[in-house]
Every structure is written in structure tokens, then in C-alpha cells.
Design a protein around this ligand. Sequence first.
Ligand SMILES: [Zn+2]
Length: 70
Amino acid sequence: MLKKKTSYYDDNFGHWEEIEPDDPDVEFAQIVRDDSVKKTCRLCGEEVYLRQAYDKCNSCMEKLERGQEW
Ligand SMILES: [Zn+2]
């Protein structure tokens, strides 16, 4: 469990800012972690931990959001 104010990197959503212990984000972050499995990103081929429904890592999603062509 996330018990103290913390920040970490997640392959689904990228960098999480510092989270307070009583922040609702703590629960959500834990759900995301519990739901994540090791996958190969469909775009870059990196091994990442992604939610069941996801097939692209955060860094690829950021590139897509910036309009980079693949
Ligand atoms: Zn990727």
C-alpha cells in the first residue's frame, strides 16, 4: 500500500505527483497497480506494466498526444 506522501512513475499514466496519504488518488493508484500486468507496448515494443485494457505505454501516448506520426 501507499502509506506516505509519495510520487512514482506508472506506465499507464506516467509520473504521479506527490500524493497525500488521504488523497483519493492513493486508492486509484493502488487499483491501477493491482490491475497492471507485464505487457509489450504495441507501439514501441518496450516491456511495461499496463492495465488490462491498455496496450500502449505512457510515453507512446504522450507522443500520440503531441501528434507524432507512427
Ligand atoms: Zn510504448
